[in-house]
Design a protein around this ligand. Structure first.
Ligand code: GRF
Length: 192
């Protein structure tokens, strides 16, 4: 692999809707020597996303787009991605579904982190569902984004044990800790 410098790292945009702990984790990762990516753009569908402050903290360009009109939003998004020469999109708690056309346009260049061991529990409330079903394990998955929700090719997964004491909240915490290890590992795997 080519030697990584600030100049030849893969320019990455991270899409968020909430806390942004995965965003913060990816920003920190992007600053280490072996990281193949740089984070150049943060996109949110809401100005209420707490993670947006990482844009100010780390001096990364951020943009809020109103997805009520998805066509308009994606048009603006496309321009932003092009002008910032973005080559990889990391979804990290982004709560909007991108259009088929948009996903096709960035085929193989959009990845997502999902808080379950896919193909189990696509969609929302994954921790609740795993506990209700008395599963012994849960975990997280990084996968390519395709037109079908949470169904693209799996890049990597990490498992966590579910104990009798676990609630959706405690399980979410345990899984999130693993997400922070998994996302950088999966990115490294893609570019190796
Ligand atoms: C994570 O659990 C992620 O797997 C899911 O949404 C949550 C986002 O958390 N898609 P954060 O905003 O990165 O803290």
């Amino acid at each position: 692999m080519e030697k990584l410098t600030g100049l030849n790292r893969v320019k990455t945009a991270v899409f968020i809707s909430g806390t942004g702990s995965n965003l913060k984790n990816l920003i920190k990762y992007s600053k280490i020597k072996k990281s193949p990516i740089s984070i150049n753009l943060i996109i949110s569908n809401t100005n209420k996303a707490r993670g947006l402050h990482y844009g100010d903290l780390f001096h990364i360009k951020k943009k809020i787009l109103n997805f009520k009109n998805i066509k308009n939003a994606e048009k603006k998004l496309l321009t932003l991605l092009m002008t910032n020469k973005i080559e990889l999109i990391c979804l990290a708690g982004f709560m909007k579904v991108l259009s088929k056309g948009f996903i096709k346009r960035f085929n193989g260049k959009i990845i997502n982190i999902h808080p379950s061991l896919l193909p189990k529990y696509k969609g929302l409330n994954t921790h609740n569902r795993a506990i209700q079903n008395r599963d012994k394990f849960s975990g997280c998955t990084v996968h390519y984004v395709t037109e079908k929700l949470d169904s693209g090719k799996i890049i990597m997964q990490r498992k966590v044990k579910i104990t009798k004491k676990d609630t959706p909240t405690t399980l979410a915490k345990k899984v999130l800790k693993q997400e922070h290890r998994l996302y950088p590992e999966a990115i490294l795997k893609i570019f190796n």
